[in-house]
Design a binder for this molecule. Structure first.
Ligand SMILES: O=C(O)C(=O)C[C@]1(C(=O)O)C=C[C@@H](O)C=C1
Length: 378
């Protein structure tokens, strides 16, 4: 049997050779980049990489080593591309974004929020902008997006993610559709209460109205009271208003304590969400490509060719540039069954070299990429 020390010495010798060859290969990749810059050729040459993997695989003496060689060279060529992107300096996807010191907020600033008087979104807006602003509400997410896109509001406030039930997928789809940008975020503690009319009791309820999100956040309570029919409605505040207007003591709404005050309802039971730490993250949107100079979270969206390994390869741009990915969501692409686009948040600022490099690589290798915003995270 060969002694362990001897084997390790041999491995160390071979690894030194590999490093020296890797460095030589990287220097050549730089020459290739210079050539590509001079003739305007793209860094990524898929055909060349596929041919190389085929040839290199065939040099191996068994199936295990063939697979290993192909895996290793997939990585080597991916790193070679990353080096080339730093030299080629294609136009950055974030080039048109303007860095600012502070979000412009004046007495004339108009803010649109989702829902009605008494929604959590209104509470978020007041926490973020204060109460001295000119605001109005819209009853659907789409209408909020429209008001911002058309410039009827400078900013819009929308929920994007709940700590108990996850991402609010409609918002992701609408962000792309309306070409609006995320310029801020705020997290609000959500304590859902069961609201009813004077004289109502939990035992005698027949119907409960709320937005689909709070209905999900209170799923456990609603399962335990399954004689109450759940009905999805526009918003928590619109549900409270409906219960007040219908004047039927068998109806209840799920919403905030504030909504109870706004619509003259009483609290039949407080905090019926299944998770006591329940909170929602709201986004502030604008139709301007602006970001704060001290922003530290970048949101992007990309689409990938429907092939194995493409997501892994795309995420490698973050890893290679030392960027911490803090969120990933996928959404189906309409018209392309079972193909997805990905929404990713990474820590960083659009001016950081690492972010610029990662975005450059993703732009070259994804089917499409968009920066949705760069905000200061809470
Ligand atoms: O041959 C090229 O065009 C290169 O840029 C070199 C290389 C490699 O490292 O082998 C890197 C990127 C291309 O996608 C293909 C191959």
């Amino acid at each position: 049997m060969v002694d362990l020390l001897k084997s390790r010495e041999d491995i160390d010798r071979i690894d030194r050779q590999i490093i020296s060859l890797l460095e030589e290969r990287m220097d050549i990749a730089k020459n290739v980049a210079e050539y590509k810059i001079s003739v305007g050729k793209k860094v990524y040459d898929k055909q060349r990489e596929d041919e190389k993997l085929e040839t290199l695989g065939s040099l191996a003496s068994n199936e295990f080593n063939k697979h290993a060689a192909q895996e290793l060279f997939t990585q080597i060529m991916s790193i070679s591309r990353k080096l080339q992107y730093t030299l080629v300096k294609t136009e950055s996807v974030s080039k048109s974004f303007e860095a600012i010191d502070k979000l412009p907020i004046t007495a004339d600033t108009k803010v649109v929020f989702f829902g009605q008087e008494g929604t959590y979104t209104q509470q978020c807006m007041e926490d973020y902008f204060g109460t001295d602003i000119d605001s109005f509400n819209e009853l659907t997410f789409r209408k909020v997006m429209e008001a911002v896109k058309e410039g009827r509001a400078d900013y819009g406030v929308l929920p994007i993610e709940n700590s108990s039930t996850g991402g609010i997928s409609d918002i992701y789809d609408l962000l792309l559709e309306y070409d609006n940008y995320i310029v801020g975020e705020h997290v609000v503690q959500i304590q859902n209460a069961l609201l009813g009319l004077e004289g109502a009791t939990i035992e005698n309820l027949k119907t409960v109205y709320s937005h689909p999100q709070p209905l999900m956040q209170c799923a456990k309570f609603l399962e335990e009271h399954d004689y109450i029919e759940k009905k999805e409605y526009l918003s928590t505040a619109a549900s409270a208003k409906k219960v007040m207007e219908d004047g039927d003591i068998t109806q209840a709404a799920i919403g905030s304590k504030k909504a109870a005050g706004c619509y003259g309802l009483k609290i039949l039971k407080d905090s019926i969400n299944f998770d006591n730490t329940n909170c929602t993250r709201f986004i502030i949107i604008a139709n301007q490509k602006i970001f704060l100079k001290d922003a530290n979270k970048v949101s992007i969206c990309f689409e990938l060719p429907h092939k194995s390994g493409t997501l892994y390869n795309m995420l490698s741009h973050f890893i290679y540039n030392n960027l911490n990915m803090v969120k990933i969501e996928s959404r189906p692409i309409n018209g392309k069954n079972f193909e997805y686009r990905f929404f990713v948040d990474v820590e960083g600022n659009l001016c950081d070299a690492g972010v610029i490099n990662a975005l450059r690589g993703i732009k070259e290798e994804a089917s499409s990429v968009r920066v949705l915003g760069n905000i200061k995270k809470e």
